[in-house]
Design a binder for this molecule. Structure first.
Ligand code: AMP
Length: 215
C-alpha cells in the first residue's frame, strides 16, 4: 500500500506517520529527514540541498525526485510505504505516479491533514525532534517525560533551525502555494481524503487508521 500524507509544515504528518508505521508496518519515507541526514553527513546532495532547506525553499526537483525514487526502490518499500513531505508539487506527483506505474503499482490513498495557519505557527515554534528515531514532541502539547530526552530511544532532542525563525513564514507560504494543485491531482484520481488535523493527536491518528483500513 502506498500512502501519501499531505499537509503544511506542522500539520502532524511526521507524528502520525511515526505512529502509523508501528500499526501498519509500512516504511516511513520523509524527504525532509533525508535532506537533513544528507546535510548532517556532508554528502554532495546535502551540500546542494542545504541553502534551500535553510531558507525554507523547495529543493529543486532534479535533486528531490531522484533521491525519493532511489529511497522507495529499497527493499523495505517493496510492499509499499508512507510518504511524508513528498510530493510537494505537481511535477513531483507526476514523477511518482510514473515511477510506480513502471512497476505496476499505484498510490492507494492521499490524506490531507488540514490545520489553520495560526495553529501551525504555534506548533512549529514549540516542536522538538528526535534525531535518532524521528519522534516528534511539543513543549506544551506533548512534552517528553524527561526534558530534552526522547521517550522512545533516549536520544537528545533538538529544535530544527527552520522551525525557529522567520523561515517558518516562508515555508508556509511556499507550501501553501503548491498544495491546492496537488490536492486537485489526487482528487481527480479519486484518491484524496481530507481530515481535520487541529484536534488531539490520538483522535487524528484513529481517523487515519480507519481511513487506511478501508483503503
Ligand atoms: P520538512 O521536514 O518536510 O518540513 O522539509 C524540510 C525542508 O526540506 C523543506 O523546507 C525543503 O527545503 C526540503 N524538502 C523536503 N521535502 C521536499 C520536497 N518534496 N521538495 C522540495 N524540497 C523538500
Amino acid at each position: 500500500m502506498y500512502v501519501i500524507l499531505l499537509g503544511l509544515p506542522g500539520a502532524g504528518k511526521g507524528t502520525q506517520a511515526a505512529h502509523l508505521t508501528k500499526t501498519t508496518g509500512l516504511a516511513h519515507v520523509t524527504t525532509g529527514e533525508l535532506f537533513r541526514e544528507n546535510i548532517r553527513l556532508g554528502s554532495e546532495l546535502g551540500k546542494k540541498a542545504q541553502p534551500y532547506v535553510e531558507q525554507g525553499l523547495l529543493v529543486p526537483d532534479e535533486l528531490t525526485i531522484g533521491m525519493l525514487l532511489e529511497r522507495i526502490s529499497q527493499p523495505d518499500c517493496a510492499a509499499g510505504c508512507m510518504l511524508d513531505g513528498f510530493p510537494r508539487n505537481l511535477d513531483q506527483a507526476r514523477a511518482l505516479d510514473e515511477a510506480l506505474a513502471r512497476g505496476g503499482r499505484t498510490i492507494d490513498r492521499a490524506v490531507y491533514i488540514k490545520v489553520p495557519t495560526d495553529e501551525l505557527v504555534r506548533r512549529l515554534a514549540g516542536r522538538w525532534n528526535c534525531p535518532k528515531c524521528g519522534a516528534v514532541y511539543h513543549e506544551r502539547d506533548r512534552p517528553p517525560k524527561s526534558p530534552g530526552i526522547c521517550d522512545n530511544c533516549g536520544a537528545e532532542l533538538y529544535q530544527r533551525e527552520d522551525d525557529r525563525s522567520e523561515v517558518v513564514r516562508t515555508r508556509l507560504e511556499v507550501n501553501l502555494a503548491q498544495v491546492e494543485p496537488l490536492l486537485e491531482h489526487y482528487r481527480q484520481k479519486g484518491k484524496l481524503v481530507e481530515i481535520e488535523g487541529a484536534g488531539e493527536v490520538d483522535a487524528v491518528g484513529e481517523e487515519l487508521t480507519a481511513i487506511l483500513a478501508s483503503s
